[in-house]
Design a binder for this molecule. Sequence first.
Ligand SMILES: Cc1cc2nc3c(=O)[nH]c(=O)nc-3n(C[C@H](O)[C@H](O)[C@H](O)COP(=O)(O)OP(=O)(O)OC[C@H]3O[C@@H](n4cnc5c(N)ncnc54)[C@H](O)[C@@H]3O)c2cc1C
Length: 402
Amino acid sequence: MLKLFRREQYLRVDTLGDRYDVVIIGGGGHGLATAYYLAAKFGVTKVAVLERAYIGSGGTGRNTTVLRANYKTPETIAFYRASYQLYATLGQDLDYNMLRSQRGLLWLAHSEPQLRNQRERALQNQQFGVNTVFLDAAQVKATCPELDMTGGGKRPILGAAYHPPGAIIRHDAVAWAYAMAAQRLGVEIHQGIEVTGLDIEGGRCRGVRTNQGPIAAGKVLSAVGGYVTDIANMAGIRLPIVTHPLQAYVTEAYKPVLDRIVASADLHIYVSQSARGEVLIGAEIDPFTSYSTRSTFPFLASCSARAIDLFPFLAKLRILRQWTGLCDMTPDYSPLMGLCEVENFLISSGWGTWGFKAIPASGLAMAELLATGQVPSLIAPFALDRFRRDRAVPERASAGTH
Ligand SMILES: Cc1cc2nc3c(=O)[nH]c(=O)nc-3n(C[C@H](O)[C@H](O)[C@H](O)COP(=O)(O)OP(=O)(O)OC[C@H]3O[C@@H](n4cnc5c(N)ncnc54)[C@H](O)[C@@H]3O)c2cc1C
């Protein structure tokens, strides 16, 4: 039987070695999942994950936990659908209760252009075999009775795209589950170790430098979320990525009233209720580049006003917590995975505001690439050289509010 969270079993503390077959920089979901699949699927166990703070302390432990597969390009739909399917059995596979809860996701339209956009989303999804349907206003009300269909008297809800598979899952449980399962297979996870440089000779990466000394590596993977440009700089690589803060917050716990996940492209917000009863509210990235994780009152005030327009009961609730994470944004809103011009140095990046749902599929594919040297077809479209080849994958359905 699954044990709730299994936090009672702490991570093993290993002695840091001086050579590994694979060194993974970053103990977020992507680094940990890659380490797990390297050991579980490819028998590569001489692997070290180096995390400068604690596992899940980056975007993986700060996101709003939405899982969905309603993307818009053939490449992204195939990729996110594969990830959604891996998530569906992840709790059983890793023997860890992640509180996955399928809720159904509504994407509201309050204007004619958005109505067309959401109709198009539904049709496009159906074309690629993704379960998304268009709902008129009466059907939206029936699907989510808590909604104020007048939008606070200002922004009437005209319709929505509805994606029944939309789900939420406990984010830090995902990081812990991968970490503990990887450790059971022999992977080392070192917290409090910062990578400060890369050892590169003759265009080939031979290891990393850390605040605890140098470590040799057969291959090095950068999985550092919003800090990827720092690591890429160490390799002398310039990436088409900029880092933006993204804020979110939760209210105090309230009785369970909101089954659905509700996003509004016109209002640029999304709302869900966690298993603990907290109402979770997120929005768009801050409109400036920064590495700051400071949260702001203007964000809270403006987001709350829009959320109350949709759900008047929120006006009674107090805000419990607010936080900020960093998003590594690509120009085409698609991830950036795979090989670079430096041999034996790979990246798992460009996860922006959409990378939590991608963790299982990216971890598995990156593990295959590290272990076999072959780029899996699922991630081939997301290679760094796509920009040079004029093969960007423009994906406007990446952001939770578009
Ligand atoms: C508020 C918010 C809401 C979001 N909502 C969603 C959502 O609903 N659905 C979704 O799919 N995505 C969402 N995202 C995006 C998602 O959280 C990220 O894309 C994803 O977590 C990235 O995971 P990662 O493993 O690449 O990076 P991270 O989880 O950020 O992990 C990177 C790790 O690298 C470490 N590190 C950095 N530099 C070094 C170094 N030099 N040496 C050693 N370690 C280092 C960091 O400490 C960090 O722990 C959201 C993001 C935010 C901020």
